[in-house]
Write a protein that binds this ligand. Structure first.
Ligand code: ZN
Ligand code: ZN
Length: 183
């Protein structure tokens, strides 16, 4: 069986642990044939004030260089230079150029923000506990996820984790209607 992983984060995304080299060594030890590094594409300071959610622009070159070093050390593994793009919808505040995207051969597109709120950030978890929140959050998450998937302006190769809203174990109360998006 071929082992492939196309979504991982190390220290470059702020909330991950381990270096590129450590991931590469672990991939080799586990017998992976392909590993895509998918650090979060830099967010603006408004969305990521603590540099906890994404790469910083200053770190991108080092990220790319460390992937090259991993390739040199483990030539039997296909290391894919990737990135995870956060879909921000109408709140997008970055001017993302083709040049900035060019190094990334594989782009994930994700919804980690609901109208500006990082709903899966443990430090911002409180809103889930407000009355009625899970119903409203799941509904809006579904809308944004579908909006992202169908957005012709966001170039991506694969959508990430459509089940992310379950992260903290809060679920909608009602059963899905017959025409619900997630059926
Ligand atoms: Zn990710
Ligand atoms: Zn993600």
């Amino acid at each position: 069986m071929e082992l492939v992983n196309t979504h991982c984060h190390c220290v470059y995304s702020g909330h991950g642990v381990g270096s590129i080299a450590e991931y590469a060594d672990a991939a080799a030890a586990a017998g992976l044939s392909t590993l895509a590094f998918t650090e979060h594409f830099p967010l603006s300071p408004a969305f990521d004030p603590d540099e906890y959610l994404s790469m910083t622009p200053a770190n991108v070159d080092a990220y790319l260089a460390e992937i090259e070093a991993a390739r040199a050390k483990h030539p039997q593994i296909e290391f894919i230079t990737g990135t995870e793009m956060d879909y921000l919808g109408s709140l997008e505040d970055r001017a993302i150029t083709d040049e900035a995207l060019a190094p990334f051969r594989f782009r994930l597109l994700s919804v980690h923000f609901i109208d500006g709120w990082a709903f899966d950030d443990p430090a911002q978890r409180d809103r889930w506990e407000e009355p009625g929140a899970p119903d409203a959050i799941w509904r809006r998450y579904g809308e944004l996820w579908c909006e992202a998937a169908s957005n012709a302006h966001a170039a991506y190769d694969a959508m990430s984790h459509p089940d992310l809203a379950k992260k903290f174990g809060f679920y909608p109360r009602r059963r899905a209607p017959a025409d619900a998006w997630w059926r």
